[in-house]
Each structure stands twice: as C-alpha cells, then as structure tokens.
Design a protein around this ligand. Structure first.
Ligand code: SF4
Ligand code: SF4
Ligand code: FES
Length: 357
C-alpha cells in the first residue's frame, strides 16, 4: 500500500489496499454496511444490492461489495436515499419469503435476513410477491433440509458449493419467481455430486437450508452454548464450535476463522458426532475372559494383557508379526510415543496412523 491510497468514508479519511472494495474497507473500519448475498469467503456477486452506497460524482448508488476503491473517492454509506433504497429492496426480497418463524439452529447464518429486516425496521407486506422456490420434502437425505419455500435466490449456496467445496453440486433453474435451486439435474442431493460438507447450510441467510442433525434437538429448551475445539477425525485440524444444550452435544459448527478450514468441514466433521454420546460407546477397557467373552477391566489389567499378547506373539512368530496403528485423534506426543513403543518393542517399522486427509 502506498501513502496515497486514501479515500473518504462518511467524512473520515481511510486507507485502502489495492483492489479492496468499499464494502471490505468499510467493514475493516467498523462500518457495517447491510448485505444479503455477501459471504466474505466468496467472490463478490452483486446480486441483492442491499449494500448500496453513494459515491460522489456517480449519479446512481453503487453496490459497495463489487465496487473497488480509487484514490480520493468520496463515499457516503448512510444517506436518506440509500437507506430508502435498501428498505425498498429488502421489502421486495421479503415479498418472496413466507412469514415463517425459523429456528436459528438451522445454520450459522439462518437468522441473517430476519435480523437485517429488524435492523432496518422493514416490515413485510408492502409488495405482493410469490415464493420463488419449492421445498423438497421428499429428499430424505439424513443431513440437509431443503426448505426452498424460504429461498430468496441469493445463490450463496450455489457459489459456496462451487467456489469453496469445488463440487458444483448445486445449480439454478428458471428465473424470477420461477427460480429454483437444484442439485444435479433437479434430483435428490444423494443423487448429485454433493459431498455433504454442509457449507451451503451454514451460508444460507434464511434457513432455507437446514442442518437436520442439529434440528433433532430443537425442542430442548436449554440455551445453546458453543465451545471452540479441533475436529477429532483427521490430521488437518479443522476448528469447530461444538453446540451443546445442557449436557447434550447437539451439533457442530465450522469456525469461519479456523486457520486450517476457514468455515469448511467434511461430512464427518460436520455431521458425524453421534458417537460422542452413543449408547454403544466404550467407557472402560474390555478384555476377553476364558470363555472368550469381552468383560470390563481396569486400564492396568488391559495394558498388562496387551503387553503379554504382543511379547508372546513376537517370541512365537517373529518381530514382523505385530503392527501398530495409532489413532488420528491422538496428539503428536501420543503418536510419537506409539511409534517409539512399536519400534523398541518389535524392532520393526510396522507402525502407521490415519492422520492424513
Ligand atoms: S453440502 Fe457441500 S457439496 Fe453438498 S451441495 Fe452443500 S456445499 Fe455442495
Ligand atoms: S437456499 Fe439459501 S443460500 Fe441458497 S439461494 Fe436460497 S436463500 Fe440463498
Ligand atoms: S451484498 Fe452487495 S450486492 Fe449483495
């Protein structure tokens, strides 16, 4: 950045980076311009025009998310004209969205449109519209609700699937009130190339896409709490926020600021967390009794039994008769200890783990 990279935002001089848009610079400076089709991880789309601002010398308001800043540009984000425009635009958007209470549990951004309507003081009913998508209740996949009656055609789902997941599972059919988000050739998600990463769910600003797994616990009255942690499945180390209600783990949210994943997850990290509180989960070691049945044991008993089995096998069948596999959920220190144990114990390099993805 050079010292001349300065423009004026609401009467204040502000530095900008080459190629930065008005929306990005304003957000960086703490000015929250309204938006609906914007997701910071995606290429600017310019579809909803909710982010319009007034630029000196340009007669009509411009979309700030697609307008790059030039030196000495003078921008106003809150003139009566742009505020009126935003309200009218949002009233038109709301005209294609049924007035239905949607739980914020459905996805990270599920309340975004309704929150914006509240923030701008916009009410429904000024324009007679029609819902522009038809829900797909027959799509009985276990992960993603496709409640397109709530769709406002922002295309965030289509874009995140293409730009972030590289999957291109979603597309758009029709135009205007006939617009319909589709998967594959208008089929069920399971019949498309969808990987069930869940990113379309988390970016949807209306709850038209919902996380069916977390929705199972909507009736639990306890307030949801989140705890930041790392996904346990593989070695990538994606940051996640675990959602709990009371002592029940009800869902997983990808962390948008996770350095390894930036809001992305795979199907396991996003949806496969039932093992945590599954009735079949082992809570104590098991060893076989003389009848060959698995019975609960203390850690000392189980470790002694394992040590005896390993040393007997090596004595009887040689050092290559044993093989160690470390859990990908183990930390580096435990993985190191495991490879040391196997190499010292057998003298062979028969050791691996699943910490790759
Ligand atoms: S779950 Fe992932 S792959 Fe499937 S449609 Fe949504 S974004 Fe695309
Ligand atoms: S389903 Fe959601 S994210 Fe996709 S276009 Fe409709 S409102 Fe936007
Ligand atoms: S947020 Fe800029 S046009 Fe939608």
């Amino acid at each position: 950045m050079t010292t001349e990279n300065v423009f004026e935002l609401d009467g204040r001089p502000l530095r900008f980076e080459d190629g930065e848009t008005i929306f990005e610079a304003a957000r960086r400076a703490g000015t929250a311009i309204p938006s609906l089709c914007y997701d910071p991880r995606l290429n600017a789309f310019g579809g909803c025009r909710m982010c319009v601002v007034q630029v000196e010398g340009i007669a009509k308001p411009v979309a700030s998310c697609t307008t790059k800043i030039t030196r000495d540009m003078v921008v106003k984000t809150t003139t009566p004209k742009v505020e009126r425009l935003r309200k009218t635009l949002l009233e038109m958007v709301l005209s294609e969205n049924p007035d239905r209470q949607v739980s914020a549990d459905r996805g990270l951004a599920a309340s975004e449109m309704n929150d914006l309507a509240q923030r701008l003081g916009v009410r429904r009913g000024r324009f007679a519209g029609a819902t522009s998508g038809k829900s797909r209740p027959e799509d009985d996949n276990p992960f993603i609700l496709r409640d397109y009656d709530l769709c406002i055609s922002c295309y965030r789902c289509v874009r995140v699937c293409a730009e972030r997941e590289g999957d291109y599972a979603l597309g758009v059919k029709g135009r205007g009130f006939a617009t319909q988000i589709t998967a594959g050739f208008d089929r069920a998600l399971g019949d498309s190339t969808c990987t069930y990463c869940g990113q379309c769910v988390q970016t949807c600003p209306t709850g038209a896409l919902g996380d069916k797994q977390i929705m199972r616990f909507e009736s639990l009255s306890a307030a949801p709490e989140t705890t930041r942690t790392i996904c346990p499945y593989c070695g990538v180390g994606c940051s996640v926020d675990l959602v709990t209600k009371g002592d029940r783990l009800v869902g997983v949210r990808p962390a948008m600021d996770g350095p390894a994943n930036k809001g992305a997850l795979c199907v396991k990290g996003q949806f496969a967390y039932d093992f945590v509180q599954h009735a079949d989960r082992l809570k104590t070691p098991l060893v076989r009794n003389e009848a060959g049945e698995l019975t609960p044991a203390s850690w000392d008993e189980a470790l002694d039994r394992a040590a005896r089995g390993l040393t007997e096998s090596i004595a009887k069948h040689g050092r290559k008769s044993v093989y160690g596999v470390a859990s990908g959920r183990a930390p580096n220190e435990a993985a190191y200890a495991m490879q040391k144990l196997m190499r010292m114990l057998s003298g062979a390099h028969y050791i691996d783990n699943c910490s790759r993805a």
